[in-house]
Design a protein around this ligand. Structure first.
Ligand code: PLP
Length: 259
């Protein structure tokens, strides 16, 4: 491979009209880490920095047509998946994942907006568990997403182990939603906690932190970093984007991904 060539990351994400989350977060974070984002929009949301008020799905056949023409044209290093929005979109994308088994998948299982509104229609949860998680190299749920997907509320370790069992090779559970004074993120592999990452707790709320993390993680993996170090690097970068986030609207702060 030509070492100067930027790795291509195929991104399936929603469009957030505030520019804090979704595909814009992917393009910014991936570009900042020397990779190229090929963006495929799965849904168009109506939202500001407070919350999402509604969203429209992009037709699954159009999503597939775009993905197939990119996969034929470009050498895609990583597939990064964010908001899918509905079971029919998940079904369409799973057909690609079966066909392109050699491309690692980084999956941020988006179920809710930062303001709490749902970003899922139909039977999305079941489709993610059976169709997307079994193809996932690194899954990056926050605690509520991990509990929903793993169908448990007992503890994050049980949730992570269930998700490893469903087929996610690595599960990075982000700890922002815990009530602990520090924020602790943990990565699980083969049912074992492989590493713990500690950060001080920031006081504000942010719009697009999970997307920033998963997109920068995809870039580090695309550049050949091992999963444990890639998570460290992506968490460090995301933390800095939050420390320098700005109140561009009246709600949650928008991460500054141009560091
Ligand atoms: N993707 C889209 C399109 C969104 O609109 C949102 C939140 O509103 C998210 C993902 C998740 O955002 P966060 O990274 O804050 O969890």
């Amino acid at each position: 491979m030509n070492p100067s060539k930027r790795p291509v990351i195929l991104c399936f994400s929603g469009l957030d009209s505030s520019g804090g989350a979704g595909i814009q977060a992917d393009i910014e974070a991936i570009g900042q880490h020397g990779c190229h984002a090929a963006p495929i929009i799965t849904a168009i949301t109506v939202q500001d920095t407070h919350n999402v008020s509604s969203f429209e799905l992009v037709d699954a056949s159009l999503i597939l047509k775009q993905a197939r023409c990119i996969l034929k044209d470009m050498s895609v290093s990583i597939i990064k998946i964010g908001m899918l929005g509905s079971a029919s979109t998940a079904e369409a994308i799973s057909t690609l994942l079966k066909q392109y088994k050699n491309i690692p998948v980084i999956f941020d299982p988006v179920l809710f907006a930062g303001g709490g509104s749902g970003l899922a229609k139909d039977n999305l949860l079941d489709a993610l568990k059976t169709l997307i998680i079994p193809h996932t190299h690194i899954l990056t749920p926050n605690i509520p997403e991990a509990f929903h997907l793993a169908n448990t509320t007992s503890c994050t370790q049980t949730a992570a182990q269930n998700l490893n069992n469903m087929g996610a090779e690595y599960v990075l559970i982000t700890g922002t939603h815990a009530s602990s004074p520090k924020v602790t993120h943990k990565i699980y592999h083969k049912m074992k906690c492989e590493h713990t990452y500690n950060y001080s707790r920031l006081t504000n709320e942010y719009h697009g932190s999970g997307c920033t993390l998963a997109a920068s993680l995809a870039a580090f993996i695309a550049r050949g970093t091992d999963p444990i170090t890639a998570c460290q690097n992506a968490l460090d970068y995301t933390f800095k984007t939050l420390q320098s986030a700005q109140a561009l609207g009246k709600g949650q702060l928008i991460p500054n991904r141009y560091l």
